[in-house]
Design a protein around this ligand. Structure first.
Ligand code: GLU
Length: 469
């Protein structure tokens, strides 16, 4: 028997890849890469009414975007119904499962009665006592849980967690329409795919004792379990849409870099001293279960934004020039298919990346460099494009026509000459120029901005400002 580590990420495609799901995928990935094991991707789509192909695609897309490459799969449970059927038949023939003929309305009735009597609302075992039965007439199949004793889940993060078997329901493993259910398919697949470590959210911890009994009934070795602590919103309730964006797709659309998300998610429940910034390779090297916290982690969007800004600053401008293009299209700053000079765009980005926390912010700050025209912020215009300022702009415009070297250095010299001859402060010229160029009052250093914009655009914008003053 090989001692290769095999893990899996098993999303249900009933929505986009959730931040919590992405963290589960990441911890599986880091663990298996650290130990040079195998990462399996399995799509748990047996709930046909809620699973869609669109969500499958979106999950796969998000996994790829995050760089969480898998080694095997994606497998789809709906392609494996005959496998599950085979195992159901095996359990039936060995008397470890039985047909259940109870109608849903009856079950509901009995459930209510049990609750009214203060009993646990579990299946009362009526059909368990029947002998034989061939499953005709829309019967479901239930698994025979032990009725006494306890089951211990020896979790790699939580330690030993004890469950009373009397609390475990004879769960349905195959519905009356012939479709198998989660707790059963997950065991069959984890066995079939030789999974050694089941790493998942602790919302599944209560399912684990049930699954352990199914492993035992099938005669298979039980894998190791690691249940990851929950992710909460700032109000300490489970992270959900109420807390804002929760899908990886939404963060991508908001202009986050995958590196920032990976780094952030890694620290959500795991730590390595007080280090906050990690490359993916560093994470792979340092990851272990030992430093996963036992308590829930609180999702902090400000910290994620801070990390994103860190990664934007530290990503080469040439790379950002590629990454920003879809956002420029989205913001309608360029048209689909339109291309910009890469070197020029990188230079423009170089002036903006320190002040852009997301790619969306970066794209929208690039607007004044790229667009043909700009709109003035009304307040900025009223304050800075006055009669006096216009006269300075006119003077500047005249000096710029003739200079041969349109560089930040040369532009600075020209500004100085005007400021000196007029006896004004630099700001009295620079602020009106800034409004004329960008429409607003904040921008990177004005000489750099002018150099990047180029003479033609600068003269055109000065002319417009002079005309509107
Ligand atoms: N399909 C389950 C879910 O998305 C995961 C099951 C598991 O990891 O065992 O919650």
């Amino acid at each position: 028997m090989s001692n290769e580590i095999r893990v899996r990420f098993a999303p249900s495609p009933t929505g986009y890849l959730h931040i919590g799901g992405a963290r589960t995928a990441l911890f599986n990935y880091l663990y298996t890469r650290h130990l040079k094991g195998v990462f399996v991707l399995r799509i748990e789509d047996t709930d046909r009414s809620r699973s869609t192909d669109e969500f499958i695609e979106a999950i796969i897309e998000s996994m790829k975007w995050l760089g969480l490459e898998w080694d095997e799969g994606p497998f789809r449970q709906t392609d494996r119904f005959d496998v599950y059927r085979k195992y159901v038949d095996k359990l039936l023939s060995e008397g470890k499962a039985y047909y259940c003929y109870c109608a849903p309305e009856e079950l509901e009735e009995r459930r209510k009665e049990a609750i009214a009597k203060g009993l646990p609302p579990k299946y009362d075992g009526r059909c368990r006592k029947l002998q034989g039965g061939h499953g005709s007439g829309g019967a479901a199949v239930r698994f025979k849980m032990p009725e006494e004793g306890e089951t211990i889940v020896d979790d790699l993060i939580r330690g030993k967690v004890v469950f009373e078997n009397s609390q475990l329901d004879d769960l349905i493993i195959m519905r009356s329409d012939g479709t198998p259910t989660y707790n059963f398919t997950v065991v069959v697949d984890d066995v079939d795919m030789n999974i050694t470590h089941v790493i998942r959210g602790d919302d599944h911890l209560n399912n684990t004792p049930k699954q352990i009994h199914i492993y035992r009934a099938l005669g298979y070795e039980i894998p190791l379990f690691a249940h990851l602590p929950m992710i909460l919103g700032s109000d300490k309730t489970r992270l959900s849409k109420r807390h804002g964006a929760t899908s990886v797709t939404a963060y991508k659309d908001m202009g986050y870099l995958p590196e920032a998300i990976i780094n952030y998610l890694a620290r959500l429940g795991w730590s390595h001293g007080d280090q906050e910034v990690f490359t993916k390779d560093e994470l792979i090297e340092k990851f272990s279960f030992e430093h996963i916290g036992k308590s829930a982690a609180v999702f902090n969007p400000e910290k994620l934004l801070w990390l994103n800004s860190h990664y934007i600053i530290n990503t080469p401008s040439e790379r950002l020039a590629e990454l920003v293009v879809p956002y420029l299209i989205n913001e309608k700053i360029i048209k689909e298919g339109e291309s910009l000079d890469k070197q020029w765009l990188s230079q423009a980005i170089g002036t903006l990346k320190e002040r852009s926390k997301t790619l969306v912010e970066l794209a929208s700050s690039l607007r004044y460099y790229i667009a043909e025209d700009i709109q003035y912020d009304e307040k900025a215009k009223a304050k800075f494009l006055n009669e006096k300022a216009v006269s300075y702009l006119r003077e500047l415009s005249e000096s710029l026509i003739s200079i041969t070297d349109f560089s930040a250095h040369e532009l600075e010299r020209i500004f100085k000459t005007i400021v000196e001859t007029q006896g004004i402060k630099l700001g009295e010229l620079a602020q009106p120029v800034r409004v004329a160029m960008t429409g607003g009052t904040t921008s990177p250093g004005i000489f750099e901005v002018l150099e990047i914009m180029g003479r033609e655009k600068v003269l055109k914008r000065l002319e417009k400002a002079i005309g509107s003053g």
